[in-house]
Design a protein around this ligand. Sequence first.
Ligand SMILES: CC(=O)N[C@H]1[C@@H](OP(=O)(O)OP(=O)(O)OC[C@H]2O[C@@H](n3ccc(=O)[nH]c3=O)[C@H](O)[C@@H]2O)O[C@H](CO)[C@@H](O)[C@@H]1O[C@H](C)C(=O)N[C@@H](C)C(=O)N[C@H](CCC(=O)O)C(=O)O
Ligand SMILES: Nc1ncnc2c1ncn2[C@@H]1O[C@H](COP(=O)(O)OP(=O)(O)OP(=O)(O)O)[C@@H](O)[C@H]1O
Ligand SMILES: N[C@H](CCC[C@H](N)C(=O)O)C(=O)O
Ligand SMILES: [Mg+2]
Length: 522
Amino acid sequence: MIVVKTANHDEPSSANCGVYFVMNQKLAKLINGFPLENLVGTLDRDIVSVAYDSRKVEPGSLFVAMPGHHHDGSRFIADALERGAVAYVTESGVEDMMEQGVGAQNATGIHVKDARHALAWVSARFHGDPSHHMELTGVTGTNGKTTLTYLLESIYKANEEPSGVIGSINYRYADTLRPAPMTTPEALEINRMLAEMWAAGVQRCVMEVSSHSLALKRVRELKFAAAVFTNFSRDHLDYHKTLDHYKKSKKSLFLDCTVGKQVINIDDAVGREIASELDSVTLTTGLEQSVDVTAENVKIDPDGVRFILKTPYGDTEIQSTLLGRHNIYNILSAAAVGLIQNISLDTIARGVRELPRVPGRFEKVEMGQNFIVAVDYAHTDDALLNVLKAARTISSGKVIVVVGCGGDRDNTKRPVMGRIAAELADFAVITSDNPRTEDPNRIIDQILEGIPDNINPEERYMVLPERRDAIRFAIHKAQSGDLVLIAGKGHEDYQILGTEKIHFDDREEAAEALQQRFNVNG
Ligand SMILES: CC(=O)N[C@H]1[C@@H](OP(=O)(O)OP(=O)(O)OC[C@H]2O[C@@H](n3ccc(=O)[nH]c3=O)[C@H](O)[C@@H]2O)O[C@H](CO)[C@@H](O)[C@@H]1O[C@H](C)C(=O)N[C@@H](C)C(=O)N[C@H](CCC(=O)O)C(=O)O
Ligand SMILES: Nc1ncnc2c1ncn2[C@@H]1O[C@H](COP(=O)(O)OP(=O)(O)OP(=O)(O)O)[C@@H](O)[C@H]1O
Ligand SMILES: N[C@H](CCC[C@H](N)C(=O)O)C(=O)O
Ligand SMILES: [Mg+2]
């Protein structure tokens, strides 16, 4: 094994007046300290950019060839070199590559055991380790991550601080707003964005840390000032295969990454497991156990939640328009992060109060109708269970749910979601979510498999594979005081049919259905 040693890291390349310039970096400095299996060629090279996709290589790039689920990135080294890469990192033997003629153009070949980790390493160094200079909070868990990031962003805003957010809905800081193709992007994009935020004067960033990103080492070389665990339930078994692998990935944020302070919901069994494996936890949260941060005098009604926030730093009254008991957990976690970052209880309470809604999370569609219509991103069985329980406490009449499950994703949750929808709602309309390349009717059959035989389809559920029809049916069925919950797609403004993405927004569809039913605005 070879370990290259050079001087220590510098500050982010260049930052002033909100302008961020990336300077050339020496290859030796980028790879400094990372274990190498072999090295062919010189490290004394200027690197102008890092790329893990050969199609994004430019003259002077370092190309990191990653093992993929469809291709071995090493297949694209020749392409990267043709486009001007001056060095490449690969898990394949560089001498073999040279023998095959790859690298004949005098590029530097670096053989490593773990190219994903190497990408995380060089991406962080190339951008000057921005997470070392900022206060970065990572949020993991099956549900609640996006909601928590919005809460924390609102708390920072109440504290009059600019902040950045990386998560499922978009990536944003200052006046910059980018679409989010992934909840947690690759290490290269994360570090680039953090460096831009830092250069723009943003000191605090909160990011969702998905289980994929942990398993694929996207966040491995980041320094988290704080990490939060929300909860653990079934999801993503298409990728992780076993619940144990999924759990280990989630836990690895706390056990394998650099984390300063921890906020852990120990009402959750996996939260307790993580806490027991750590030497200490900065703040525990929960409603059922003896914890550091909890809620008392809880009131949940159709307008939101109210409670007394009890913390080691004192108590304060919390009011939020976020709905349901699950959101109390999200508020407790956000408040705990605020507290460990020295934000006052008053400011935390204000930040929570001033967040009116989170896009697509129990987002109401209001057209003057006398029943509630809410769009919610519940796409896991636990989320559906929680949101239907919340719906029940909010509705003064019946609860009607529109639900489907995504294709090319975890199919083990389908029958469980079917059972929960049929058991907890008064009426369920089973429909399509994003079928992707699967047959929508097959997905629906798998959902139906979970519905117990004693539930009468005529009275309690029906199938309408076209999502638009399902939404219209539910809205036409609702009576005064009822609640229509449209679950699964939340903020998504598209539907993926096969490999095609069409515009489709549950909120727009619900508004149109209401308009059609009541002939509102014409
Ligand atoms: C399962 C997964 O995460 N896959 C990611 C993975 O794709 P892959 O393994 O299929 O890549 P591949 O096509 O085999 O290619 C291998 C390598 O060759 C490179 N390549 C490919 C073609 C070429 O011409 N040249 C070239 O260099 C690719 O850039 C890649 O680095 O590497 C790609 C490049 O970084 C990612 O875009 C891709 O994420 C896809 C889009 C994805 O859907 N990921 C989802 C599952 C995901 O990450 N989701 C999580 C969780 C969301 C949640 O919690 O709900 C998220 O954080 O978003
Ligand atoms: N703390 C919670 N516990 C259980 N369910 C929750 C919680 N918070 C939100 N939910 C439910 O989960 C859904 C998704 O919430 P949110 O988007 O905040 O989670 P997420 O972890 O970011 O999800 P994703 O993994 O898809 O990014 C919500 O619409 C709601 O139904
Ligand atoms: N980020 C999640 C979102 C799922 C949302 C649901 N609408 C679906 O398409 O399954 C995933 O890709 O698994
Ligand atoms: Mg999310």
